[in-house]
Design a protein around this ligand. Structure first.
Ligand code: UTP
Length: 485
């Protein structure tokens, strides 16, 4: 401590007073063991904590009596949506939306946006999730797959499509390094912008800040909903404005099946003058663990599966389908000015926080860093879909699951890399059949060998059909073929 600069000592004392006032001064318990450098770093971290906001979160989510749901379930209705032509939607309407969307893309109004600030704990992969390899043959990573799709859209529409990526301080450096090492995945450094979201301290079940080291608070990213303020405050929307971009195509880092740039979706978003459009996929079964698009008192909302009573999730519509069947899969289009309107504010007007019980590694004086096997702490997160009721003309369109959603969440089983690889292969087979190729399928509706379509060659099924028709000579589809490489 003696070697600390007088100014730092003063800051330390004033921090101690502030933390004591809100009952969090246990964080100073081990500072005697820190060297000057560690202490300086700790002071910097403590300074970054918004104590007032944290105390409010602890008060509302942990200390106050748990509020019963404020929703009157009787008033909850399924949100209306535009069905795909395959499910009864008007093909002419989809065609018109496609054309309108294409015109907007060509005019340079669209940017891509990936939220990649999560910790990906369920997958258990050591590194930013975007660098996880999912292509069965080429070994392409999630980031590379998105880059290929964005590259193809830029080429197809002869336009620059910038790509924004949100990280958190926990994975920013590694993510930035991956982009550098891979030469920005062929998109050009000037087309890629990375920025960080905010972190919030994790607390134990009594609301006390968790230390992950003697001089370090356990901080966790503030949820994908933190993207709105990060986009607004870290200069992304300003950049968009300067480039004439007013539509942001939002998707998650773990879903390689997502069409990063979807013309029809963009067309519907524009024709409905929507500030926030969403894609839904029909739930596979009533109790599938996805949020559901609903309407409540004239506002569009997403209800988490864990919040809706099971008997409601099981309710049927007039045709015997699932009543609350519109699954939310985190594919959205945002109007730029809407992002600034929501992301630029703080306090009551910004998105609400939710609490989640998580396994938070913590410091124990005897054991050092302990990685708990059970939930021991609380992470505070904002959810992006909480922006829906604040948006004008929110719109939902249907998407086919097999062309939109196959996330890599878990190491094995459902939503695992293996399941995702199968879905990517299924898509490739489907695109070929749709383009007129005869494929010999096995009992699983798949082929027995591994092959791939390079998304730099085609970004969606329509595009593939055109590209394949003009491709001469066509490669033989067999083990090891990568179409368009
Ligand atoms: P998940 O809900 O799957 O969370 O994120 P996660 O942290 O990545 O994974 P687990 O729960 O620890 O296994 C869905 C998407 O939202 C992003 C993720 O990167 C992913 O694209 N996300 C999540 C953020 O960008 N920031 C966050 O704070 C949380």
């Amino acid at each position: 401590m003696k070697s600390l600069k007088t100014e730092s000592l003063r800051t330390l004392e004033s921090l101690r007073t502030s933390f004591r006032k809100v009952g969090q001064d246990h964080v100073f318990e081990h500072i005697e063991d820190l060297n000057a450098q560690e202490l300086e770093a700790f002071i910097e971290q403590l300074n970054s904590v918004n104590l007032e906001a944290l105390s409010e979160l602890v008060k509302t989510h942990l200390l106050a009596k748990e509020k019963d749901s404020t929703l009157d379930w009787e008033l909850l209705k399924p949100a209306p949506y535009i069905p795909t032509p395959a499910q009864g939607g008007d093909p002419a309407e989809w065609e018109a939306a496609h054309e309108l969307g294409e015109a907007a893309i060509k005019a340079g109004r669209v940017a891509a946006f990936t939220v990649a600030g999560g910790q990906g704990t369920r997958l258990g992969y050591d590194g930013p999730k975007g660098t996880f390899k999912v292509s069965a043959l080429s070994g392409k990573s999630l980031f590379e797959i998105f880059a290929d799709k964005i590259y193809r859209a830029s080429q197809r529409y002869d336009v620059k499509i910038p790509w924004f990526i949100m990280t958190s301080e926990l994975n920013h450096e590694a993510t930035a390094q991956a982009f550098k090492d891979n030469d920005y995945y062929g998109l050009g450094e000037d087309m890629v912008s990375l920025f960080t979201q905010e972190l919030v301290p994790a607390v134990d079940l009594n609301g006390k800040i968790i230390l992950e080291n003697k001089g370090m608070i356990a901080m966790t990213p503030n949820g994908h909903g933190g993207s709105l303020s990060a986009l607004s405050k870290k200069g992304a929307t300003e950049k968009m404005r300067a480039m004439g971009i007013d539509i942001l195509s939002y998707f998650q880092v773990d879903n390689p099946l997502v069409p990063c740039i979807d013309p029809a979706f963009i067309g519907f978003h524009l024709s409905h003058q929507s500030e926030l459009s969403s894609k839904m996929i029909p739930k596979a079964y009533a109790l599938e663990k996805v949020g559901m698009f609903c309407e409540y008192k004239g506002k569009q909302i997403v209800i988490e599966y864990s919040d809706m009573p099971q008997e409601m999730q099981n309710m049927k519509d007039a045709n015997g389908g699932i009543l609350f069947g519109a699954g939310s899969v985190a594919i959205h289009l945002f109007d730029r000015d809407f992002i600034d309107r929501i992301g630029g504010v703080s306090g009551d007007e910004s998105l609400p926080y939710h609490k989640a019980l998580k396994k938070i590694p913590y410091y124990d004086p005897q054991l050092g860093l302990v990685k708990p096997t059970e939930g021991n702490g609380i992470k505070f997160e904002m959810f992006v879909f909480d922006a829906l009721p604040k948006s004008r003309n929110p719109l939902v369109i249907e998407g086919a699951r097999n062309e939109n959603f196959s996330p890599v969440k878990n190491a094995d089983g459902i939503d695992s890399p293996e399941a995702c690889k199968q879905d990517l292969k299924r898509q490739a087979v489907r695109w070929l059949i749709n383009a007129g190729e005869a494929m010999k399928l096995n009992a699983d509706g798949l082929v027995d060998f591994n092959f791939e379509i390079n998304y730099r060659f085609a970004m969606d099924g329509n595009d593939f059909k055109k590209q394949w028709t003009h491709l001469e000579p066509k490669p033989e589809i067999k083990e090891g073929t990568i179409i368009g490489s």
